[in-house]
Design a protein around this ligand. Structure first.
Ligand code: THU
Length: 137
C-alpha cells in the first residue's frame, strides 16, 4: 500500500472509533484526500429518529466543504466485519459532486484495504454538476 493510502487508512481508523452507532453497531470511518493534499475525516452518526442518521462519508465531505475545499482525489472507508464495506448509493452520489470518474475509492476492513474501486465503477453513467451547466445563467 502506498504511503498516501496508509495515511488515509490511519485517519479513517482513528475517526471510526468515534462513530455514534448505538442502533446498528456498525461503525464506519471515512477519510478523504483533497487536491491540496489535506485529509478530512468523518464517522457515521446515528439518531434515535433513525432516518436522521448520517454516513461517515457525509461527515467527511462536510468537514472538507467547511474548510473551503472542493476537490476530492481519493476516498477510503473502513468498517468491521467480513464483507467488503463499499459506500452506500447516497454517498457515491455525494462523492460524485466533488470527484472525477477515475477517483479511487478504497474499501478497508480491520486488516487493511480489501478492495479498490473508481467512482465510475461504483456509480456508472452518473448525474453530476456538468449536467446543469447549460441551464445556469
Ligand atoms: N454507513 C456509512 O457510514 N457509510 C456507508 O457508506 C454505508 C453505511 C453507516 C450508516 C449507518 O450508521 C450504518 O452504517 C449502518 O447502515
Amino acid at each position: 500500500m502506498s504511503p498516501d493510502v496508509e495515511e488515509l487508512l490511519a485517519a479513517a481508523k482513528a475517526v471510526q472509533m468515534n462513530a455514534h452507532a448505538p442502533y446498528s453497531h456498525f461503525r464506519v470511518g471515512a477519510a478523504i484526500r483533497t487536491a491540496s493534499g489535506r485529509i478530512f475525516s468523518g464517522c457515521n452518526v446515528e439518531n434515535a429518529a433513525y432516518p436522521q442518521g448520517s454516513c461517515a462519508e457525509a461527515g467527511a465531505i462536510s468537514a472538507m466543504a467547511a474548510a473551503g475545499e472542493r476537490e476530492i482525489v481519493a476516498v477510503l472507508t473502513v468498517c468491521d466485519g467480513e464483507a467488503i464495506g463499499t459506500c452506500c448509493g447516497g454517498c457515491r452520489q455525494r462523492i460524485r459532486e466533488f470527484a472525477k470518474g477515475d477517483t479511487p475509492i478504497y474499501a478497508a476492513g480491520p486488516d487493511g484495504v480489501r478492495a479498490t474501486f473508481t467512482l465510475d465503477g461504483l456509480l456508472p453513467n452518473s448525474f453530476g454538476p456538468d449536467h446543469l451547466t447549460e441551464f445556469q445563467h
